[in-house]
Design a protein around this ligand. Structure first.
Ligand SMILES: [Zn+2]
Length: 401
């Protein structure tokens, strides 16, 4: 949106100004170091408005002057970069037996990466107490660094509605849990927003901001369990109630193996990590078993290679559904799939080749994530940064004329 300090003031001037502050902040994020004149030229905002907006962002310590100058015709310009040194964004991922926490600064630089053991499976209350204790330690570390927490987003493996209520998280045994509200109480109303989302959704946001395909506007992230985080036209798509992306329960074969959901032949039953290992294990056991599968695959063990090829074909069927339906630029395999990707991807690509109606699978690439096991936690931090970029800025609007 464009406003002028000399033109008529709209009734919702504060909203316009907040929107323009976000426009300038995003420009600096993408183009730093840049000058006020660069911002004016690219955004269409007039120079006086840009000066006022930049002054506000400097007051809020979101942007700073570097002192660097660029020689141009006329006088040299002072260059601007993101500051954000007094801020932190926190992302947390809850798993059955671990909690991961990531904090970044405003520019997305990691300040902290923790993984702690956790037993949240007993009850929501116990889970909230355990997660709350870890978050309190992260917040207190940030306070020691004199950083204000911009927000917290928590990733949960399960169905999370658009209000952030955990409807069902089967592996944790949680249902209908107001996790955000409970955490706010456990943290004694910490003064920053708490968001709760599905793990695949947040991992997709992490890929969009930090991954090898950062900036892709049509991207799907698949967890090994199998859930999908779907980004279309640059935005996370949660669906009407927040339950999109449950491709793991698309049925591939009515006669197929039993699925946890009570149906048969779901994608998850045929291509999830349980299908690779052929039995149910705890997450710690899964990690060990996957290392063994990788060792056997490297040694060209025929049974292992056959299993991976079969799982890869089923996975390819699932990815083909995504490619036909959504035409993503890239489908990113995350979590447990990452170490197995060298053996899964050839079969996935084979299936895409003859199941997707568009030539060259509609340009859909399938790749392994490069973000590691804390992608969803990192995505929590990304979600907080997204909120800032879309206008939820810290501090008051101190310079409204
Ligand atoms: Zn199922």
């Amino acid at each position: 949106m464009i406003t002028s300090t000399t033109g008529p003031q709209p009734a919702d001037f504060a909203d316009v100004r907040a929107t323009n502050l976000a426009v300038v902040l995003r420009f600096v994020r993408e183009h730093a170091p840049c000058s006020r004149a660069d911002i004016a030229a690219s955004t269409g905002l007039n120079k006086a408005t840009v000066s006022s907006l930049v002054a506000d962002l400097i007051d809020r310590r979101l942007v700073r002057e570097t002192g660097l100058t660029e020689n141009r015709v006329g006088r040299p310009a002072t260059m601007l970069v993101l500051d954000g040194s007094p801020y932190a964004a926190i992302g947390v991922e809850i798993n059955v037996d671990t909690v991961s926490a990531v904090a970044t600064d405003l520019a997305g630089e990691r300040l902290l990466t923790w993984r702690r053991s956790f037993s949240g499976g007993e009850s929501v209350n116990q889970g909230v107490a355990g997660v709350g204790a870890i978050i309190r330690r992260v917040v207190s570390r940030m306070a020691k660094e004199e950083r204000q927490v911009l927000g917290l987003a928590v990733a949960v493996p399960g169905l999370v509605d658009v209000q952030g209520t955990v409807r069902i998280a089967p592996n944790l045994g949680w249902h209908d849990a107001d996790l955000g509200g409970d955490l706010a109480k456990a943290l004694r109303d910490p003064g920053f927003p708490i968001q709760v989302d599905n793990d695949a959704n947040l991992a997709a946001l992490a890929e969009q901001r930090f991954g090898a395909h950062a900036g892709a506007s049509d991207l799907v992230y698949l967890t090994g369990e199998i859930g999908a985080g779907v980004i279309l036209d640059g935005r996370l798509r949660r669906g009407g109630r927040g339950y999109s992306g449950e491709i793991g329960h698309v049925q591939l074969d009515p006669e197929g193996p039993a699925c946890h959901c009570g149906r048969r032949g779901c994608l998850e039953a045929m291509a999830g990590i349980g299908a690779v290992l052929r039995r149910d294990l705890s997450p710690a056991e899964i990690q060990v078993e996957i290392e063994e599968v990788v060792r056997l695959a490297r040694a060209a063990d025929p049974a292992t290679l056959a299993t991976l090829e079969s799982v890869g074909r089923s996975l390819g069927q699932g990815v083909s559904i995504l490619a036909n339906l959504l035409n993503p630029e890239v489908v990113i395999l995350g979590g447990y799939y990452v170490p197995l990707a060298p053996w899964l991807l050839p079969a996935v690509h084979g299936e895409l080749g003859h199941r997707v109606i568009a030539a060259e699978a509609g340009g859909c690439q399938v790749v392994a994530s490069t973000l590691g096991h804390d992608a969803a936690a990192l995505g929590g931090a990304a979600r907080v940064l997204d909120s800032v970029d879309s206008g939820r800025l810290p501090g008051g609007l101190s310079r409204i004329p």
